[in-house]
Design a protein around this ligand. Sequence first.
Ligand code: FNR
Ligand code: LAC
Length: 376
Amino acid sequence: VRVTLTDALATARDPDARLASTFRLQEFEAIARERMTPAAFDYVAGGAGDETSLGENVAAWRRRILRPRVLVDVSTVDSSATVLGSRVAMPLAIAPMASHGLAHPDAEVAVARAAATAGVPFTLSTMSTRSIEEVAAAAPDGIRWFQLYIQEDRGLARAFTERAAAAGYRAIVLTVDLPVLGIRERDRRRGFTLDVPLGNFAGRTEFAGRTDPKASATDGYAMVAGVREASLVWADIATIRGWTDLPLVLKGILTAEDARLAVDHGADAIVVSNHGARQLDRVAAPIDVVEEVVAAVDGRAEVWVDGGARRGIDLVVARALGASCVLIGRPILWALAAGGEAGVDRALAILREELEVALALVGAATLSGIARTHVG
Ligand code: FNR
Ligand code: LAC
């Protein structure tokens, strides 16, 4: 194919053609940068402190070297897996991210629909633009999980849990690495305050008359101030467990010590995560501590991982090291900004193809065929 300068310019002017010429997840980022305000883009892109861990999150995956096996029958490759009892098309889930509305007006509705189409779970943040109920109505058949931030007012957190269960979400993902917000210099420089509507809070009667003033706020950083439950401790996990029969996932664990505590406190799954390097800088890249966590958990819970995964190959690496699901964050918001639901459709299709080709080329027809020895 001969690409002339004129073609290239026409492509740049036509958003859909531009989508069609996007072949890797990271290409969505450049499009998103043009479509989002600089402050919103930096809020999504940025990390904490020197952003050391931000770079390391991506680099750590790339350091892993595959050990492909040949002459294995891969005439039929099946990328499906079971995650928390649900059959998924690939062992990937959309990470919970605040305020998808910063990327595109269709916000979480578009991403949840694309996830449902692709057969992968979508995690709705407590801090979402659209509400628990709206997203459920838009993607009724999709696998949906609800990410919970505990409010200073525990009654509110319980109400979220109950709303999620009533709306058909299949798990509660409790985020445990945000007792306070990390120091994000990009946001400070831009004066970014996440001053956007939050669908789960706005107009809800349960917030009326609450003594916690932050609980009635609709701006995000004030709401984050309300969710930073700095006094939350392990003993509270039993209480939260008691709010619902749904599986409980603890997101934001980086050590064997905490992984053991998590399973001792009844976690059904653990997300090895550094919150996309947005909280504490200079922590390990999650993929580098997966094996430590898997050993500590010893089969008593599922171990998932997120942070910096950008390629289908990363799903193979995660599996080889013992993590059964990979959450993807920022690239999904870039794809949303680039093309709404169609953009996310394309991002997930790219990942699916990359995973299938990776499976075939490492010599595994299914994910259960991936062994520790497939990664060096
Ligand atoms: C996040 N993350 C996050 N996590 C969470 O538990 N609740 C939340 O509301 C948010 N909000 C949020 C907003 C934005 C803009 C980003 C980029 C991230 C963290 C997210 O779930 C996940 O851990 C990381 O994004 C994974 O890393 P990658 O894939 O973005 O590198
Ligand atoms: C963030 C919070 C909201 O990482 O989770 O921005």
